[in-house]
Design a protein around this ligand. Structure first.
Ligand SMILES: [Zn+2]
Length: 53
């Protein structure tokens, strides 16, 4: 059984902080990270990349 696991890199476009998370693909097909906001209170302006692992 294939497991859709991803390493997700989130870079804040405002302050440049970078977060690396692990995520799974949910039933809807979207990758759920649980990430909400950056340390600088930015909640929308991110550059996100996914790597299958
Ligand atoms: Zn930030």
């Amino acid at each position: 059984m294939k497991q859709d696991r991803y390493k997700v890199t989130i870079t804040c476009e405002k302050c440049g902080e970078r977060f690396t998370l692990r995520a799974k693909k949910g039933k809807s097909g979207s990758v759920q990270t649980g990430f909400k906001r950056c340390l600088c209170d930015n909640e929308q302006d991110f550059h996100i990349t996914y790597h299958e692992v």
